[in-house]
Design a protein around this ligand. Sequence first.
Ligand code: ZN
Length: 186
Amino acid sequence: MEVVNSYCISAVDGTLSSLHKVYHDTQYGFKAENDNELFGSLILEINQAGLSWDTILNKKDSIRKVYADFNIKAIAAFTEKDIETLLDNSGIIRMRGKITAIIHNANQILQLQKTTGSFENWLNQNHPLPIEGWIKLFKTIFKFTGKEITKEFLMGNGYLEGAHEKGCPIYEKAIAAHPKWYTEKS
Ligand SMILES: [Zn+2]
């Protein structure tokens, strides 16, 4: 099959920078290993809105650090003082709307963990849904999760098809990790 995903084209061409290569080859399309990391990928997607993925990958370590190593419980407890500290940090994306949405979402995930056991269980219980269904569902629960953010989060974690094209050197490796979209199909 023709490779049309630009990320995969660059992987075939060998033109991905090392930063992008690590993300493309080891994370994109592979489900995060636990709830905090799942939320971490949503945090990165929310931070990206309106900016390049390059910017986010360059700041990802600082973002992880200020967002309590993506600990959902810790983020849910962030106070106004914490928000001010984040807004003062030039190493991250300083936008109040994104920060408060992330705190809101952390609280929502704590609730999902109470009712379904984990954020992952909740995703699995709702899977499979067409993309429109996911977007609608995310909008009822989370803030700052528009179409692109929801789609990239789900694709990046293997709930939706399309992270890697057939012909991409990582395609088989991604399938071997049993992404939800593929398990559903077979
Ligand atoms: Zn690829």
